[in-house]
Design a protein around this ligand. Structure first.
Ligand code: ZN
Length: 130
């Protein structure tokens, strides 16, 4: 069974840096060399890896997603959050990161982000090692 963390979002759409908690789980698991899988079991939230140095990058991603997939655009889905489902699929539900000598192998500017598209709510993120 994979371990998981809970992440609380504060607004409807945001990207939350979860690199620190994932790194800590890798450390606690005693993972050495292998793969770290980060998986979000939700249909209106996703996960992605992108730049974490300049917060404007995440703002630009969220703004562009909103432009491409506006909240109200005559969708069929009766729950009223069709845009959230579409954005979650665009981001994807998992990422894989190499683990080398117990550390996540990320580029200098890369961070792992939970992508919330129907918040605020509490999300679960599974992390597994192989
Ligand atoms: Zn829905």
């Amino acid at each position: 069974m994979p371990v998981s963390i809970c992440v609380k979002s504060g607004v409807r759409a945001e990207m939350i840096d979860i690199t620190g908690p994932v790194r800590e789980m890798v450390r606690q698991a005693g993972a050495k060399d292998g793969l770290c899988f980060v998986y979000v079991p939700h249909t209106t939230a996703g996960v992605t890896i992108n730049e974490g140095a300049d917060p404007d990058v995440c703002k630009d991603i969220l703004d562009r997603l909103e432009f491409l997939v506006p909240r109200n655009a005559g969708y069929r889905h009766a729950e009223g959050n069709a845009d959230s489902h579409i954005k979650a699929s665009l981001m994807g539900s998992s990422v894989t990161v190499l683990v080398e000598k117990g550390s996540l192998v990320l580029g200098t500017w890369q961070k792992i982000f939970l992508c919330e598209f129907d918040g605020p709510r509490t999300r679960k993120v599974f992390v597994a090692f192989r």
